[in-house]
Design a protein around this ligand. Structure first.
Ligand code: ADP
Ligand code: MG
Length: 139
């Protein structure tokens, strides 16, 4: 799929999320985002947050590694960014707890160092930067 603009990425994140949340009781509660710096991963998360009914702004959790947002109906959005973290340390326990919590909706950027923790059926979205500012998105 080709995404032509930032707005289209926000809209895609928003609509994808609405579908994804419906599947959580049956399948994995985690989305892994793969793509280079500037590909649009965090932009996707901003769309996702809107789809979940969040009004507060999403900023990249690069320095804190994770950020949590309360959602309507006792659910939580947990956004991880493991950029340049070769050893996730205690963060892997934090992630494990959230993976086991049906009320957590988890989205991960740069998940290489914790990929062994992710369930095999997790959703993986790859975003590739194209020269004309469009993005190619693969599920
Ligand atoms: P990442 O989290 O992958 O490093 P960001 O989402 O933080 O990337 O940044 C992507 C940047 O690219 C944003 O500034 C966004 O406005 C811009 N952009 C331009 N075109 C697109 C597009 N088609 N899809 C997503 N982002 C785009
Ligand atoms: Mg990012």
């Amino acid at each position: 799929m080709i995404i032509h603009s930032e707005q289209e990425m926000l809209d895609f994140g928003e609509s994808f999320t609405k579908q994804f949340v419906k599947t959580i009781p049956k399948s994995s509660n985690v989305i892994e985002l793969v793509g280079d710096v500037g590909a649009g991963k965090t932009t996707f998360v901003r769309g996702l947050a809107k789809g979940l009914g969040l009004s507060e702004p999403i900023t990249s959790p690069s320095f804190t590694i994770s950020k949590q947002y309360s959602l309507p109906g006792s659910k939580r959005l947990v956004h991880y960014d493991f950029y340049r973290l070769s050893d996730p340390g205690l963060m892997s326990e934090d992630l494990q707890e959230n993976l086991n919590d049906q009320n957590a909706i988890i989205i991960i950027e740069w998940g290489d160092s914790i990929s062994n923790l992710l369930p095999s059926d997790h959703t993986k979205i790859t975003i590739k930067y194209n020269n004309d500012n469009t993005r190619t998105v693969e599920l």
